[in-house]
Design a protein around this ligand. Sequence first.
Ligand code: SAM
Length: 153
Amino acid sequence: MSTEIKVLEADMLDLPFEDGCFDVVIEKGTMDVLFVDSGDPWNPHPATVEKVMKMLHEIHRVLKPEGIFISITFGQPHFRRRFFSDPEFTWSIEWNTFGETFHYFFYVLKKGQRSSESEECREKTHMPSISLYHDELEGEDFLFRTNIDEMES
Ligand SMILES: C[S@@+](CC[C@H](N)C(=O)[O-])C[C@H]1O[C@@H](n2cnc3c(N)ncnc32)[C@H](O)[C@@H]1O
């Protein structure tokens, strides 16, 4: 069996795809570029906020009703939460912290699974299939170590 992979270049703020066509969207360090020159991280410039919300809107739009968005980023939860948890989005939000001293964050957002305010954004303390460190991220195969099925629990 052969698997076809298509590589397309597109603007993440204006994705050339129909609504609800992907099971999974993964970004790594791509949202981070929107925060360059964003000013105070606690209160980013309106232009930054607009771009980040456009990107997230597009991702949410192209995901299937139960699709999953994975974001791998330096962005800490207190700076990402306000965007991920916008009322526009129906996804649940969980993350895992990894790395030593210099942390990375692995967010898993499941469309259609948003729950109550108090539970909507939490750190997942047990994520057995994921243990990533800097040297592994520098390699090409780290995504193959992420087992979405095991994260379903
Ligand atoms: C920090 S790099 C991360 C690249 C890669 N994901 C990685 O982990 O090595 C950020 C990438 O975002 C891309 N980028 C910036 N603005 C973009 C946009 N509006 N649409 C799509 N890609 C964009 C840049 O070209 C760059 O390749």
